[in-house]
Design a protein around this ligand. Structure first.
Ligand code: SF4
Length: 1006
């Protein structure tokens, strides 16, 4: 049953607290932008086809959000896929899917722009269009419907989703997003018909409009390919857009303060593209050439991002961070700047072999759980096939380094189903893990635990990679190989094997290399209930089976080997690679031949870390003439400039690795080999660069199933951790209303230090290996309960007088997400008891719509109150994580009466208005437990005579009006209540003969 609305004027307000993580849909985060719709020319809804928690970590989304909102001509709002429970609510109520910022349906926008990261999100795109009020198929859209566009890596092979999209932006979206949006709205204002507008959009370049191209069946494959344009003057093939990243600095702010995102940190892109050329990695191919951001700009962005977001962790990200030319001096400079701010620095996709011992030591301080690496294949032959330049010796050396530092766990990511794979390669995966465990055991010392987890996924051949023609293993073969892995691992007790559910990978493989007819399969599966297909617990295989069968689709056609000479369903998209380059790499793979990284001197692993060495090294850089035509002179010059700007003039102890300066003796090719033409001689594994933690393609790094792999190792600033318990103690009082009442307690706990960082009020930290902000909160509230009186005790580094404290309180409110407001603060002395010693009870208002209680509501509720207070017991059944227990609410209920005008005005302050009637109740909070406001509402206002486990109160909304301490009782009377800011009374509690019990254990308290 619906509750009273929490958010004024929000279409979901009455039922948000009936869905999981309701704050996913509420907006109001710090950094979210709500612009006036009338003030802009084009309104864009950035739509992410997965849940909020996943989409909030996506870098491309952040870039476009900032770019479009910074431009006075455009605005951008966000929308994420509704989780299945929310979809059910919207369908049941006939409500549209709306944006977070202004709560408008998708159909109201000029442009709906989807982020295409992954084929298994396609069904969610259909959900979002349908619920957003936009016709599913492009051909069914009318003159006033928005243009539905998409961009991202999957836009480079879009045919199965193409009929649902009006246009796809190919390549970098920074320029095109604004250009498409403004062109579309200008032409619409001029009255240009929809089809003519689409033609104009297609002529902008780097935009593929599927409806403007004819398709035909390719006789070699039986797949439908894009044959020719249907109108003049539109590109064929469609070339990608490529921007100068330094013209588009990475955003220093993006929305924060909602439910926790999977990567809950400020991630800063430091480069796009990759030099390594892994043959399975689409991102490494389609984002070429590697483009590095100006390091000075990066440092500035990092510092501004820290200040604006308040987050305590920054991550420098790239496809392979260790291969960014100035990474060592850049990390050093950023670390130097962050030291004072007590911010963790994460560096994703580090190559662990390059980690200097001192940095590993730093990592150990903050990352106790273990490290993750991605060798991808289990034998050297197979690593050569995939061009993963790493040797087993390097991997074992890494294991020694990791386990000798006290880590007890290491995780290794592998793939099965790679081209040319034999059973020996499959067994090699486990055996590599076992050897790493052996090396680790020797390094760790006797009796120390060593656990190597070998996580094995299934290779999906992706378009625009050298493996685009390779067959994908059929399900039965994947099953057989997984069984082989299980059989092989049996004797190795230190190795834990994890295999991945393969059905989803096969579906991904079909849609990755799919053609336009698969759109019908997609729509049918979606209509039958396909949703969130990348989530193991949501994938509904039967609906996909039925849809494939209905259209008579032969799945083997998409999964088998494709002829290298055939035209492919994605060949009309030109990502910049020379025809023949991928085929040449494929042939080399089949011959187990490596192609060492390009853009580096052959035989070197990482770049020079100082200007002196970089200048002295005049050897040629490797290039395969892949088609993107790098200017090698400019590349070299730019690297020198970046080192110069970072002040890295002379050789010093590198932060990351000295491998560039001293590759293994057997690795360095002769200068002649180094300056050989485009395709150097086979160098075996000898010059293999170090593999790295989280060495993942971009799409994998954003795949929740690999979240741990992508989580970067973090280095705390090198300043010694404070001793803890220093600084100055304060007690803050705050309110949680609106969207904040929908945010979980832990999310609120995460947010408060960020607020303080945003306003420049540094906290002190606890002592130990994992210092945390030193703060204690009042008891957690249930989701959906508003509070006008919350408290936190914390320590700040600064001694603040009352005026400064008042100013701080005001600035904290201004720097908080919508619904979080600070009401006051007092300074505490060492003699002042902690909150946990003081809080003895709470006052709640339970607000009911008068219509829900019935005629003469006050009299009804008054009678219920007196009945409750005269009852000997008020049992109710409480269930926490499926464990039920009976609670006697009467033991905690002190007072219950119909609320007067003061309570109604408090409700109005809490955002609750209308024809309401309220109960005011007072309950004890004890060390042994407490009761929830919903339980009190149930026993007082629920159906009389109902079974204790089934008492449902009428729809209501609870507001915590006050938390208080209680003076020592006199006689049989409860002690007098006092404010938690009343320090004089509070000190007397401390000296009372029977101190109030701690609330720390009141886990079920509100
Ligand atoms: S042109 Fe050469 S250096 Fe540039 S990405 Fe291609 S192979 Fe690498």
């Amino acid at each position: 049953m619906d509750s009273l609305p929490l958010l004024a004027d929000h279409p979901y307000a009455s039922f948000l607290d009936q869905v999981e993580k309701p704050a996913r849909y509420a907006g109001g985060e710090v950094g979210s932008v709500v612009k006036d719709w009338a003030s802009v020319e084009a309104r864009v809804c950035l739509a992410f086809p997965d849940v909020y928690d996943i989409g909030m970590s996506h870098l491309g989304f952040k870039i476009l959000y900032k770019l479009l909102n910074d431009d006075p001509r455009t605005l951008a709002e966000r929308c994420y896929a509704p989780w299945v429970d929310m979809e059910a609510q919207l369908v049941k109520r006939g409500l549209p899917l709306v944006s977070l910022e202004s709560a408008r349906p998708l159909r109201d926008f000029d442009v709906v722009g989807f982020s295409l990261q992954f084929e298994l999100t396609y069904s969610n795109i259909l959900t979002m269009l349908h619920l957003g009020g936009v016709p599913l198929r492009a051909e069914d859209r009318g003159e006033d419907d928005p243009i539905v566009i998409a961009g991202g890596p999957t836009a480079t092979h879009p045919e199965p989703i193409a009929p649902f999209l009006d246009a796809l932006v190919i390549g970098d979206g920074e320029e095109k997003a604004t250009e498409v949006a403004l062109t579309w709205t200008r032409l619409k204002r001029e009255g240009v018909p929809r089809r003519e507008r689409l033609i104009a959009i297609a002529r902008l370049g780097a935009v593929y409009v599927p409806s403007l191209y004819a398709t035909r069946l390719d006789p070699d494959t039986g797949l439908e390919v894009v044959d020719r344009p249907l109108v003049d003057g539109i590109p064929f093939p469609v070339e990608r857009a490529l921007v100068d990243l330094n013209q588009y600095p990475f955003p220093d702010e993006s929305p924060t303060g909602g439910p926790e995102a999977i990567f809950d940190r400020m991630s800063i892109e430091i480069a796009r593209g990759c030099t390594e050329g892994c043959r399975f990695c689409q991102a490494g191919m389609i984002y070429r050439p590697v483009r590095e951001r100006d390091p000075e700009q990066i440092v500035d962005t990092v510092m501004r991002a820290v200040q604006k977001s308040g987050q305590d962790e920054v991550s420098l990200t790239a496809l392979s961070t260790a291969d960014v030319s100035c990474i060592s001096p850049l990390v050093k400079k950023v670390t130097d700047r962050l030291t004072k701010e007590r911010i963790s620095l994460g560096v994703s996709s580090l190559r662990a072999y390059g980690l200097e011992p001192d940095l590993l030591d730093e990592l150990k301080r903050v990352r106790a759980t273990g490290l993750t690496f991605a060798p991808e294949a289990g034998t050297q032959r197979m690593r050569d096939v995939v061009n993963k330049n790493v040797t087993e010796e390097q991997l074992l050396e890494t294991a020694e380094r990791v386990f000798s530092r006290g880590w007890g766990k290491m995780k290794l990511y592998f793939m099965i189903g790679l081209p040319t794979e034999t059973d020996e390669d499959v067994r090699g995966i486990v055996e590599t893990g076992a050897r790493a465990a052996g090396a680790g055991r020797r390094a760790a010392g006797k009796g120390k635990p060593v656990d190597v987890t070998v996580s094995v996924s299934t290779h999906v051949p992706k378009p625009h990679t050298p493996f685009q023609w390779a067959a994908m293993d059929a399900l039965a073969e994947v099953g057989r190989k997984q069984q082989l892995l299980k059989d092989t691992v049996r004797p190795y007790r230190a190795v834990t094997l994890k295999t991945h559910e393969a059905h989803a990978s096969v579906l991904e493989g079909i849609f990755a290399r799919g053609d336009r007819p698969l759109a019908d399969v997609l729509e049918r599966a979606w209509r039958s209930g396909a949703r969130f297909d990348s989530w193991d617990d949501q994938l509904k295989l039967s609906v996909w089976e039925e849809a494939f069968a209905h259209f008579g689709v032969d799945r083997a056609r998409y999964l088998g080997t494709l002829p290298v000479t055939a035209r492919l369903p994605w060949d009309h998209i030109d990502v910049g690679l020379e025809e023949g380059f991928l085929a040449k790499e494929y042939r080399k793979a089949l011959q187990s031949r490596l192609s060492p990284p390009c853009g580096k001197v052959a035989g070197t692993f990482v770049h020079h870390t100082n200007l002196e060495d970089a200048r002295a090294d005049t050897r040629r850089l490797v290039c395969y003439d892949c088609g993107v035509a790098c200017d090698m002179t400019q590349m070299r010059e730019e690297r020198l400039t970046f080192l110069d700007r970072l002040g890295a003039h002379k050789r010093s102890l590198p932060v990351l690795t000295g491998a560039a300066a001293s590759p293994p003796a057997d690795a360095a090719p002769s200068p002649a080999a180094a300056s050989s033409p485009a395709e150097p001689a086979h160098l075996g594994g000898a010059e293999s660069p170090p593999a790295g933690a989280a060495e993942l393609p971009r799409e994998s790094a954003e795949d929740p199933s690999r979240a741990e792999a992508a989580a970067p190792p973090r280095a705390k600033p090198r300043a010694p951790a404070p001793k803890g318990r220093g600084g100055f103690r304060y007690r803050f009082c705050f309110e949680k209303t609106g969207p904040m009442a929908l945010l979980g307690h832990l999310d609120v706990v995460r947010e408060l230090p960020r607020v303080l960082r945003r306003v420049g009020a540094p906290m002190t930290y606890t002592a130990g290996f994992h210092p945390k902000p030193d703060m204690t909160f009042s008891p957690a509230l249930s989701l959906g309960v508003i509070s006008l009186d919350e408290y936190v005790d914390l320590r700040l580094e600064r001694d603040l007088d009352p005026a400064a404290l008042e100013a701080l309180v005001a600035s904290m409110s201004a720097a908080s997400p919508r619904g979080l407001a600070f009401r006051g603060a007092v300074k505490l002395g060492p003699e002042d008891p902690a909150l946990s010693k003081l809080i003895a009870g709470a006052r709640y208002a339970l607000a009911f719509a008068r219509s829900a209680v019935g005629a003469d509501a006050e009299a009804v509720l008054a009678a219920r109150c007196s009945a409750a207070l005269s009852a000997a017991s008020l049992p109710i059944r409480r269930e926490i994580e499926r464990i039920a227990k009976m609670v006697d609410v009467r033991q905690y209920l002190v007072r219950a009466e119909v609320g007067g005008p003061d309570v109604l005005s408090a409700l109005a302050r809490a955002g609750l208005v209308g024809d309401l009637v309220a109960l005011e109740v007072e309950v004890d909070i004890r060390g042994s437990g407490a009761v929830k406001s919903s339980e009190v509402a149930a026993v007082i206002a629920g159906e009389p005579g109902g079974a204790p486990g089934a008492i449902a109160p009428p729809p209501h909304r609870a507001v915590r009006l006050q938390l208080f301490g209680r003076a020592a009782p006199s006689g049989s009377a409860a002690g007098e209540r006092f404010s938690l800011f009343d320090l004089e009374r509070a000190r007397r509690v401390k000296s009372a003969p029977e101190p109030a019990p701690s609330i720390a254990l009141a886990a079920d308290a509100e």
